[in-house]
Design a protein around this ligand. Structure first.
Ligand code: NAD
Length: 509
């Protein structure tokens, strides 16, 4: 008998609803949905509070964010316990989220002042040096963040931190499947003494649309299909978007790889968070020389994974029956077309939306498990004859989020990495690009537009650029206005043309 952990008992998203634990079917908590009609009022409050938030300056905001980091660190146990109840994650998986946030917070409180500082720019031509040119990063007042359910802490805040640091107010719309954790994160913001520049809007599509309609920038994380709808709606008001969408990340194992390391990485990369990670390893291409050794090592590792939610387990529940259904459909399709399941292959008996880690071999690109995003616990492994074939197959996808290459020859691995059409490549590792707070993380093709947190880009994307041009001297002021003689203007334009052509003429030779 399997429990049917319905995501909420109030599909109309009005009033309150009960959220159930997907691993046990027990009540995880209740949520009060936001009335979409209230979203404008919430945004108006944020818009007012944002002015003084911006006026504090980066150093002032960094202090507030530092206090919030301390609060999150002190409440880590409470947050992780709720995460496990709300998502059915294993303790190992739940333990990853708060530390990632703390790394991001720590990076930005140290670097935000420099990243957001006004930038002096030099004059393009010598005689324009009478001007002092300065580029300022001014925050977009209200940033709407629309989040998915797979990492209720990280996906809610990893982008919100950058927006808040930049001086924006944030209107956060968590997934309707995991609204509870966001309430604790919100409580922490207020309890740590931060001003009211962070607010929640709880609900599903209608509230999400209301958030898009009142925000000045949309940071969306979710499926590619929804991302396209979000971009379309935001475009009506010419509001920019950053879209972090689905993926079908390939892993390439070359014949000179450390095969054991590659196998450990594949198992971790594919089954971490029960495969519900945007940058999870969704397919593997292994050179024929090491294929058997790799498959044996993977199966050996998977058999050691302890399935179950919470403490003592490595591999938790899927978020709900719809995720189990996608996994079942992909596995059934593969088996019907000739693939073999070396582990798992059918859903786990007993309560909860569990599906065991499933290693598939004899797979090819006629199968859904190799072409569509599963976002579940499958690890399809395909034998290839050459690196060129592996690269061709890896790029044969509408997605381009990230990838992994395993080879002991780092130069060769780097060469292969730069042939892959995606936003990030890990060499001899998986998922680690997500931890690199100094560099942006974004997808190519149907995996997204723009990039999420990371580096100064993770702050500046939430800003509008304001260029201020001031005089350094009054000499020559108004030299190009109408009140000068036609002759003087002509001389000046001739001089400008000559000066501007010095370098192109030299380079064009
Ligand atoms: P989803 O697209 O169903 O929902 C995401 C969010 O959009 C939710 O908050 C939902 O309420 C809202 N939403 C739904 N319909 C909407 C509409 N028409 N207009 C506006 N908002 C709407 O995605 P999901 O199932 O919650 O998350 C899983 C997906 O997220 C997977 O495809 C996964 O790859 C992707 N993801 C990507 C990243 C990344 O960084 N690239 C990270 C995590 C998850």
């Amino acid at each position: 008998m399997t429990a049917t952990p319905e995501v909420d008992t109030n599909p109309s998203y009005e009033g309150t609803a009960t959220i159930l634990n997907p691993a046990t079917g027990a009540v995880a908590g209740t949520v009060r949905w936001t009335d979409p009609a209230d979203v404008t009022r919430i945004a108006t409050g944020l818009r007012q509070a944002q002015r003084s938030w911006e006026a504090r300056g980066a150093a002032g905001r960094a202090k507030v964010l530092a206090r919030y980091a301390v609060w999150l660190g002190e409440h880590r146990d409470e947050i992780e316990a709720l995460l496990i109840k709300e998502t059915g994650k294993s303790a190992v998986d739940a333990a990853q989220e708060v530390p990632l946030l703390l790394m991001i917070l720590s990076y930005y409180v140290r670097t935000m002042e420099k990243a957001l500082a006004p930038e002096p720019r030099s004059a393009s031509l010598p005689f324009l040096s009478i001007k002092k040119v300065t580029v300022h990063y001014r925050p977009r007042p209200v940033v709407g963040i629309i989040a998915p359910w797979n990492y209720p802490v990280a996906n809610a805040l990893m982008d919100a931190i950058g927006a808040l640091a930049a001086g924006c107010a944030v209107l956060l719309k968590p997934s309707e499947r995991t609204p509870l954790t966001a309430e604790v994160l919100m409580r922490g913001w207020i309890d740590s003494g931060a001003p009211e520049v962070l607010a929640l809007a709880q609900g599903a599509r209608a509230v999400s649309e209301a958030v898009i309609d009142v925000s000045d920038y949309i940071q969306f994380t979710g499926s590619s299909a929804t991302g396209a709808k979000v971009a379309e709606r935001a475009a009506r008001r010419l509001v920019p978007v950053s879209l972090e969408l689905g993926g079908k990340d390939p892993m390439l194992v070359l014949e000179d790889a450390d095969v054991d390391l590659a196998a450990h990485a594949a198992v971790w990369g594919a089954f971490f968070n029960a495969g519900q990670t945007c940058v999870s390893v969704e397919r593997v291409y292994v050179l024929e020389q090491v294929y058997d050794q790799f498959v044996d090592a993977v199966v050996r590792d998977v058999r050691k994974l302890k399935v179950g939610a919470g403490e003592g387990n490595a591999f938790g529940a899927l978020i709900d029956e719809s995720q189990v259904a996608v996994t079942e459909r992909h596995v059934a399709d593969a088996l019907a077309k000739g693939a073999k399941a070396l582990t798992g292959g059918s859903r786990t008996a007993g309560p909860g939306s569990f599906y065991p880690p499933t290693v598939l071999v004899d797979v090819d690109h006629s199968m859904l498990c190799m072409t569509e995003e599963t976002f579940g616990p499958t690890l399809p492994i395909m034998k290839v004859r050459s690196v060129a074939e592996a690269v061709r197959l890896a790029n044969d996808s509408p997605y381009g989020l990230s990838a992994a290459v395993f080879s002991k020859d780092l130069e060769r691995a780097n060469d292969v990495a730069l042939q892959l059409d995606c936003g990030g490549v890990n060499i001899n590792d998986v998922i680690s690009n997500l931890m690199c707070t100094t560099a942006p993380m974004g997808g190519w093709k149907s995996s997204g537009i723009g990039a999420r947190f990371g580096g100064p880009e993770g702050l500046r994307k939430y800003c509008r650029i304001e260029t201020v041009v001031a005089p350094r001297t009054t000499v020559g002021a108004g030299g190009n206005y109408y009140n000068n003689s036609q002759r003087a203007l002509k001389t000046m334009n001739t001089m400008m043309t000559k000066l501007a052509l010095i370098r192109p003429k030299r380079m064009a030779k």
